[in-house]
Write a protein of this length. Sequence first.
Length: 162
Amino acid sequence: MPSYQRILVGVDGSRSSEVAFYRAIEVAKEYRAKLYIVHITEDRLPAAPLDAGAINIEMDRDRIAAGTLLDDYEKLARNHGLTHVTTLSNSGSPKMEILSFASMHESDLIVCGATGLNAMERIFIGSVSQYITRHANCDVLIARNSQKITSSGLSIKSTSQR
């Protein structure tokens, strides 16, 4: 059985990423591992032509939302007894950036949800979790079942009340 020391979990605010987050907490506690919580703000094209100022405002809003999301997840991880928690963020392709962070921080486990927020990308290109599973250089855990997490004493509902 492997011993995980550096666990990376991708979060996007979706229900699926909450399941992954709590699964990552369980594993990190079991192995006394460092937890890296990652959020990638997806590059996207505007629906209508915007001027440079409007695009900068949208990017700033995304950065602030990402910071708040990561702060909330970090507090939750610490409230569940983890002491070695690091938050990471970037913009770009979530599948590529998560793998890049995993490599950069020498993660030995990546935890992600079965599905995320971007349904269109999943239809046309495949999900982030599918890509990570195929291309990661470490173990990947796809968290699907919140029932097991709730029964372990961790509450999935706590992040939904933000």
